[in-house]
Design a protein around this ligand. Structure first.
Ligand code: ZN
Length: 439
């Protein structure tokens, strides 16, 4: 019975590092030959960099190839409809197209062939299994059908759990599925459980007795911030585990196991993950405590293979060995380059600020709103932050001082905290907005 096994795909999730190296090197050579034959984008790019794919013999040689930036994909899509110069197949072979919303208003289109879809599903299933989803779980999915997150739906079905599509903005429908169908495992953004708790409180529903056993959260940093995770776990009597993917690369390829010390990399046979120094581009060794930007290379993708794609996701390696037996290294996401602030020469991410603030729970609720009055990344100190105190906070002056001291000590910047009453800051049904621009 698959339901009792600890892994979705034991062989691929427990390969030794040497075995991985061999599997990845073989897959990389095949993928590069394919890209070189079929992708106009990479033919031009490698020519401009004066490098031939024949020079890449193992996965360690990958660093010789140039990075691919998100802007290049936007340009490529603008130059050739429908799926860009980086598309390596004709539309006849494409069975699905997702879009990402994008900050510029122009969507990025992500196409999948039949094989791409199976590759995405396999990787998503490993992440779901690691996060505790099992056959028998009834899983409402509060996610729209046009984003890549919709691909989770068929992975839920393939895993053997019961999918209940709900959609965004349909919290009543989700709660009906919980009450009438016994829905008990929710895959959502990291913000959604907080939104749901708040929603239940306002409707006079006890969230503790809903019967939700697990949350698998992702889409934004924050799911693994200890005090915030505890609030959700205590609030629903449920387990919270984190997952991550990348819209341009693959739906889900990271999943946190029951030991909850970061998300395991689970897609290593179909995607290679590097961690680089965000300024120098140097490839960093995967060791506990290392931080840097994630860079992905497709190892089995037909429609839009990407080589050394810079994600702008900043991560920290939390461990390279785990008691669960999975051999993929573990990370937590610290933030995105787009959200990064530079305060007195120090890089600070909003999620790191929320992490530090929420460590003072139960005096604070964990909700914050950072206010900036000029374009990022440079911010003149003191950084203005609204922090929601809880009902149990009595001495607000002392709390304010304690928060400012703690932020100075942990993140090395000076702040100007405004404490606001519980329930004042907005709760987000989809993704949280931690920064408010006041200019
Ligand atoms: Zn583990």
């Amino acid at each position: 019975m698959k339901g009792h096994r600890p892994f979705w795909n034991e062989k691929m999730e427990t390969l030794s590092l040497d075995e991985f190296h061999a599997v990845q090197s073989l897959a990389l050579k095949k993928e590069l030959a394919y890209v070189d034959r079929h992708s106009r984008f990479y033919q031009d790019k490698f020519k401009a960099a004066e490098i031939s794919v024949s020079e890449i013999r193992t996965i360690d040689d990958l660093k010789l190839l140039p990075f691919t930036e998100k802007q290049e994909l936007r340009d490529s899509l603008a130059r050739q409809k429908p799926l860009g110069l980086h598309a390596a197949v004709s539309m006849d072979a494409v069975i699905r197209v997702y879009s990402t919303s994008g900050t510029t208003g122009v969507p990025t289109y992500i196409g999948l062939t039949r094989n791409d879809r199976l590759v995405w599903r396999e990787s998503a299933n490993r992440a779901m299994w690691a996060c505790g989803m099992r056959p028998g779980h009834i899983v409402p999915l509060p996610i729209g059908t046009f984003f890549i997150a919709a691909s989770y739906g068929e992975a839920i079905e393939h895993l053997g759990a019961t999918l209940v599509p709900v959609g965004v903005g349909a919290t009543d429908r989700l709660l009906s599925a919980v009450a009438n169908l016994g829905a008990n495992f929710i895959l959502s953004t990291a913000s959604f459980p907080f939104y749901l708790m708040d929603y239940c409180r306002k409707k006079g529903i006890s969230h503790l007795t809903l019967g939700i056993k697990g949350f698998m959260v992702g889409g934004e940093p924050g799911g693994s911030i200890p005090d915030l995770r505890k609030q959700v776990e205590d609030g629903f009597a449920a387990v919270v585990q984190e997952t991550m993917g990348n819209g341009d690369m693959m739906g889900l390829m990271w999943g946190e196991c029951e030991y909850k010390n970061g998300m395991h990399f689970l897609g290593a046979d179909t995607c290679h993950a590097e961690i680089i120094h965000p300024e120098t581009g140097e490839v960093l060794d995967i060791e506990t405590g290392v931080t840097g930007e994630l860079v992905y290379t497709s190892l089995n993708r037909e429609c839009q293979p990407l080589i050394r794609f810079r994600t702008r996701d900043h991560v920290e390696v939390t461990q390279t060995q785990c008691a669960c037996g999975r051999t993929g290294f573990c990370i937590r996401c610290i933030g995105r380059t787009d959200d990064m602030m530079i305060i007195s020469g120090v890089n600070v991410y909003p999620s790191a600020i929320r992490d530090v603030v929420s460590s003072l729970a139960p005096l604070v609720t964990g909700e914050i709103l950072i206010q900036v009055d000029a374009p990022l990344p440079s911010v003149k100190p003191p950084l203005k932050i609204k922090v929601e105190h809880s009902v149990s906070a009595t001495s607000l002056d002392a709390l304010k001082t304690r928060l400012q001291d703690l932020l100075r000590e942990k993140l090395i910047f000076s702040s100007d905290i405004t404490l606001v009453p519980p329930g004042t800051l907005p709760k987000y049904e989809y993704k949280a907005k931690l920064v408010e621009k006041t200019f």
